[in-house]
Design a binder for this molecule. Structure first.
Ligand code: AMP
Length: 287
């Protein structure tokens, strides 16, 4: 597994794949198989992550493979999307375990340092309105500016044909679609379904924080959302199930995340148990 930590190294590898000569790569000829008009060159997919990889991340890589001959996974715990009191310092980091988890399905890991992504004097913030407003932003006000800034930087660094994001972070997915549309980046954004544990708990790197009793409670969230008809009742059901507090349960327009309209709707929730904050969402098919 090739790992690069510099933007220059990432660009050199992507350029070699696009040229179809495998220069900086493994000597494999370009596949040119997806009809991208670049004869001999590979299409490239990017899967941005913060590491601590699980089957949810692996499913994104598998989705990426369907769209491109080459898959880059970025692993970067992005400090600008964490508030000072959040879990940036304790967020799990193990690059070798992540590389092993990815196995052969990934061509390159891009694992930059904080300094590479945010060099001295860094002073740019990408701020997306629209779908960023409300929900996560009400409880993590700096979150989407951090996400949008780092994702914009990762996309411009890799310039992939396709980037894959999980529906687990539904609001984030809509924010990134908005960002890419507004900046007219020539990159297709693919959303991949939520991977769940046997009891339906959405897989998350943060599930590792859960103590056994908390883990059982956590598994109730998806059931409560699936059965919900009314967000107020669902909020109470989460508290009754043992969550310490509920940041929000809301039914919104699935794309704009504004008030639910006649179009597709989504129920989204965030709740806390012990020191862990969990989120989930799913289609809301009720009137
Ligand atoms: P993270 O490393 O948690 O920032 O997540 C990186 C990417 O993986 C994001 O696009 C997430 O939405 C996605 N992801 C995380 N957990 C899951 C899951 N259980 N199922 C599908 N995608 C996921």
């Amino acid at each position: 597994m090739k790992i690069v930590d510099s933007i220059a190294g990432l660009r050199a590898q992507v350029a070699a794949w696009r040229a179809g000569d495998g220069r900086a790569g493994d000597g494999r000829a370009g596949d040119g198989r997806v009809g991208n008009g670049r004869v001999g060159g590979d299409r490239v997919a990017l899967v941005p992550t913060m590491g601590a990889l699980h089957e949810g991340h692996v499913s994104l890589v598998e989705a990426a493979r369907k769209h491109a001959g080459r898959v880059v996974v970025s692993i970067f715990v992005n400090p600008t999307q964490f508030a000072p009191h959040e879990d940036f310092d304790r967020y799990p980091r193990d690059l070798q375990a992540d590389a092993a988890k990815l196995g052969g399905g990934t061509d390159l890991i891009f694992a930059p340092t904080v300094r590479e992504m945010y060099p001295d004097g860094f002073a740019t913030t990408v701020s997306v309105g629209g779908p960023s407003e409300g929900l996560e932003t009400d409880f993590r006000p700096h979150f989407f500016a951090g996400v949008a800034t780092v994702v914009a930087k990762l996309l411009v660094a890799a310039m992939p044909d396709v980037a894959v994001f999980g529906e687990k972070d539904w609001q984030q997915l809509q924010v990134i679609r908005r960002l890419v549309a507004d900046l007219a980046l020539p990159i297709e954004i693919v959303g991949a379904p939520i991977m769940r544990e046997a009891d339906g708990l959405a897989m998350s790197s943060r599930n590792a924080y859960l103590k056994p009793g908390e883990r059982a409670v956590a598994g109730r969230m998806n059931v409560i959302l699936r059965e919900a008809r009314d967000p107020g009742a669902a909020k109470q059901a989460l508290l009754d199930a043992g969550f310490d507090s509920v940041d929000y349960v809301a039914v919104r327009d699935a794309i704009t995340l504004g008030p639910a309209s006649s179009g597709p709707k989504r129920i989204l929730a965030a709740a806390r148990i012990g020191g862990t904050r969990l989120i989930d969402n799913m289609e809301f098919a009720h009137a």
